[in-house]
Design a protein around this ligand. Sequence first.
Ligand code: PRX
Length: 631
Amino acid sequence: MNTTLSSFDAYAEQYQKSIANPEDFWSNIAADFKWRKKWDKVLEWDFHKAEVKWFVGGKLNITENCIDRHLPQRANQTAIIWEPNDPKDEAKHITYKELHEQVSKVGNMLRAQGVKKGDRVCIYMPMIPELAYAVLACARIGAVHSVVFAGFSAGSIADRIQDSGCSVVITSDGSFRGEKKLDLKSIVDEALEKCPTVKTAIVFQKLKLGVKMKAGRDLWWHEEIAKVSADCPPEEMDAEDMLFILYTSGSTGKPKGMVHTCGGYMVYINYTFRTAFQYRDGQVYWCTADLGWITGHSYILYGPLSAGGTTVIFEGIPSWPDMGRFWQAIERHKVNIFYTAPTAIRSLEKAPLSFVEKYDLSSLEVLGSVGEPINEEAWHWYNKNIGKEKCPIIDTWWQTETGGFMISPIANVTKLKPAHATLPLPGVQPAVMDENGKELTTNGVEGRLTIKFPWPSMARTIYGDHKRFFETYFSTFPGKYFTGDGCKRDEEGYYRITGRVDDIIIVSGHNMGTAEVESAIDEHHEVCETAVVGYPHDIKGQGIYAFVILYHPPKDEEKLRGEIKETVSKIIGPIAKPDKIQFVSGLPKTRSGKIMRRILRKVAEGDTSNLGDTTTLLDPAVVDEIKAGAL
Ligand code: PRX
């Protein structure tokens, strides 16, 4: 289907069609792909049971659609541009033909290790082409990839491997992060001590750090790949077979392994990528996310490749060697579409403008934003200095669970409003609910954001825990998918996401469950109890503020704060380190023992003028102490 929309009316018409007859709408789009067998039924669903199936009975392989399908016309077109950490090193241009060969070889390497359809493979790698090959190779042979962001700790990797029972891990002997070198292999080694299901670890040699290899378990990528051919027939998958698991933080307990399936995911990601950005053949597209997050899965790999596009994979960080790194790479690769996170924009806007002005950004046509609400100031800076006021900013609202964009402007079609994700994409039916579960049907309302009709790329379950899936997403507003976000819908019907309404904090665009951070802090032997809340942070969007009760008065507060941060970094990863730690003698609890986070949030925000009703507290005096000691 042609996804070019010439006007707002064309969008409105497509939207109406998609709502009036969703099955026709999606089957038209799905018809563009290579199916081994066409589906028997477009959709089966029951939100009261949290059950959804798309393209029932259809057979396909997503890599055949992302790679093989393009070979007749695009064998020599660049599929992936790899921009290395160090700008002095050479970028790589990987054609569709090379991608086909590499993915096939890695697929065969995995098959040689006995990996079969349905087996789970954990991937813990830096942003190098081999990471993309590994992900796609799993998809090719029908193995379920579970990519773990290479900033997570050994404990977090172990939890994820155990939860999904991975039999193989793919990693590398190290990674660069700016000028630092990280030893990924020993983090994996530590994780694997607790993971008996893992029989094989395949290690890509990147830094030649001289890592130890465990006999009988660890294999070098370069040795194994030399043994296999480049002929790797794709596994035939059912549309509803698992494609991948990706973990995201929950508001309580351990991370949730969101399960995405093959058919609907492919169709939706392709459609939304082409539609929102109005992607045209030949454009160079760069999404700065890491492949360890959903943004990387859907909009670095599967979206652009399924569209036959050219996608940039960037190994480095925006601030090294200097704050001009992004802009330098845009000039170097003549990037046309640039998609990044508000956190990155906020940190780069603090640097002198000369870092931007040094580079020719005239190739840019479309900008994107994702991961958290973009504040107006950052929006205007991005628009003025990067887009030179001629590139629409596509503020895409979506989630790990939704798989793809849900509410988003369409480039050069939707009238923009700074800080607004604007309007639902075709096929998406949002509903704003009040706290009593009533749908607010008019415009000019504020409430909780739900989606009332299925879309093809929605997560199908939480791996191994369908009950939790149902309870988390489908029980708050029966018959509707609850996003966990609050939103406003203005008089024009435009949506503005106001942030999470549950105990999840979005730090630099990454979801962080307060419960998870609290239990990591509690691991420190001096800590008795902790409560964690988010607070507005200049760069990260939200920062982590921890209120900590200790067993003994601290001898050296600063040292202890450092130790607690290290504990969290070790247990979850550096991204979860609290920004502020306030030691308190008690927490504001109700008589039934529930922490009143509302009060802590106000203190953390520095707004203690009106703390609301505190009479139900067991010990109201504790509030004065907390207020007095606020950081
Ligand atoms: O609160 C919303 C916020 O990020 C959450 C989803 O996080 P995650 O699953 O990690 O996926 C991030 C990449 C899609 C949402 O519930 N969020 C994401 N995009 C936006 C956003 N908030 C406001 N505006 C956005 N564009």
